[in-house]
Design a protein around this ligand. Structure first.
Ligand code: ZN
Length: 468
């Protein structure tokens, strides 16, 4: 499989073991999650599903940052503790993730890893990769960037660029690029109850060290794929790599994989522009599957621009795929119930093209177009294909849609019993003599059993009502 490795800055052939270990940086839990988060979550969920389809076992971790300035600020504003704020938004996130049909993964929280983080920082101090500066309430600890020779290699930024990127020059720091490992407690941290005991007094970890510690503890070093949004390449992942390399003496990650942003009317989402689109709001309006479709409709390395028109289009496209799958399914159960079998046309497999699209730098829009081609053929040959071929085509489309996480609660159309068959025939006769009272009563009988009847020009078909 080929993917764009940020470290190599090119598309590379990636070699993955039977058990693949993936770490993806997660949200900072201080507000509702937006569709930019959703893009990252859904992309890695599909990658994971695809690898599982290919026979890998996937151990996937996505963390929650529950210690952070933004959480602390909100907690103070609301008169709460930082952990109360973060727990609330972690719960909200989990609701969103369920709507998006994202598979469960390991979701560690920073606050659960404080002792491990402290011992990692102690090691960095002991090995001379870090130093401390005394402050009002204890010590700040910094990673000393010049100690790590290949700093900047991941982001590809030059030393000059790296220096320019540091926003707050601190005269006590040894190098402007040095970054925080431990922050001594400030007044706000006490107010929001977001401080921990350490060898350097009360304080809390810097942002980057959490991912180094959680990834190495849960997955081991090196692990296979480290993912995140493009905005995390620098400084977060550059710093993470430096820390992990310093701690373990080797490259911590085999492949770095980053996804591009979601924009709104061509602009980046931001609080200051007031153009943040929440997952919650889109799901309420169009449904989780339409959002999922939209997020996969652009290549992961290209920006994706949000608009209501595009969401409506995504919903239509998703509904078309789902209806096609259901049409095939209904026809199969009809043939099996009433005819036992059928000969006829062959529907050619599209699985190779589907896989080729994903193998080649995970081209999800191309894979979607293959699903549409297959759907077009299924719909055209629905009543003329052989039962065997229709079943194969159904399974193929089902597999593709499942890899894309499009089937949240899909249930196969059942084969009907002798009694049910009789009722269907009685209903068709009732309809012919315009006895709609009887026809509706029989429809209601099926509805109560959770089966929805569909009248087509080829007769009655049916599916499980709760299935989509
Ligand atoms: Zn991270």
């Amino acid at each position: 499989m080929k993917l764009f490795d940020t470290m190599e800055k090119k598309i590379v052939e990636i070699a993955l073991p039977k058990e693949v270990r993936i770490y993806v940086c997660g949200i900072t839990a201080y507000d509702y999650s937006h569709i930019g988060h959703a893009r990252n979550i859904v992309l890695f969920d599909v990658l994971r599903r695809y690898l599982e389809f290919k026979g890998h076992r996937v151990k996937m971790v996505q963390n929650f940052t529950d210690i952070d300035d933004k959480i602390i600020n909100r907690a103070i504003k609301e008169g709460k503790t930082a952990l109360q704020v973060s727990s609330r938004f972690i719960n909200e996130f989990m609701r969103d993730v369920e709507e998006l049909n994202v598979k469960e993964c390991i979701r560690p929280r920073v606050s659960e890893f404080i002792p491990k983080i402290i011992s990692a920082i102690e090691r960095l101090l002991n090995d001379g990769f870090a130093y401390k500066i005394e402050r009002e309430n204890g010590w700040d600890v910094y990673f000393h960037v010049p100690r790590f020779e290949s700093y900047g290699r991941l982001s590809g930024l030059s030393t000059e660029e790296l220096k320019r990127h540091r926003i707050e020059p601190d005269p006590l720091k040894k190098d402007v690029r040095d970054f925080s490992l431990w922050k001594s407690a400030k007044e706000e941290d006490f107010k929001a109850n977001s401080y921990f005991e350490s060898p350097w007094g009360y304080g809390r970890p810097g942002w980057h060290i959490e991912c180094t510690v959680m990834s190495s503890e849960i997955l081991g070093i090196p692990f296979d794929i480290h993912g995140g949004g493009m905005d995390l390449i620098f400084p977060h992942h550059e710093n993470e790599r430096a820390q992990s390399y310093a701690l373990f003496g080797r490259e911590p990650v085999k492949y770095w994989l980053h996804n591009n942003f979601v924009t709104v009317n061509g602009e980046k989402m931001s609080k200051s522009l007031g153009n943040i689109v929440r997952i919650r709001d889109v799901v309420e309006k169009y449904g989780g599957m339409a959002l999922r479709y939209f997020l996969l409709s652009s290549h992961y390395r290209h920006p994706l621009d949000f608009s209501h028109g595009k969401l409506m289009e995504a919903k239509r496209s998703y509904d078309y795929l789902l209806n096609t799958l259901r049409n095939a399914d209904m026809e199969i159960s009809y043939i099996k119930t009433f005819e036992g079998g059928r000969g006829g046309d062959v529907i050619e497999s599209r699985m190779t093209d589907f896989m080729l699209a994903l193998e080649n730098d995970f081209n999800t829009p191309k894979a979607l177009s293959v699903m549409h081609e297959l759907s077009g053929i299924i719909n055209t040959k629905l009543f003329t294909s052989s039962l065997e071929s229709l079943e194969t085509a159904f399974k193929e489309l089902y597999t593709m849609m499942d890899i894309f996480g499009f089937l949240r609660r899909y249930e196969r159309s059942p084969i009907l019993s002798q009694d049910e068959m009789k009722r269907i025939i009685e209903r068709e006769e009732a309809r012919r003599r315009k006895d709609f009272f009887t026809a509706d009563r029989i429809r209601e009988e099926f509805r109560k059993k959770g089966i929805q009847l569909v009248d087509t020009k080829h007769g009655t078909r049916w599916f499980i009502s709760s299935s989509f």
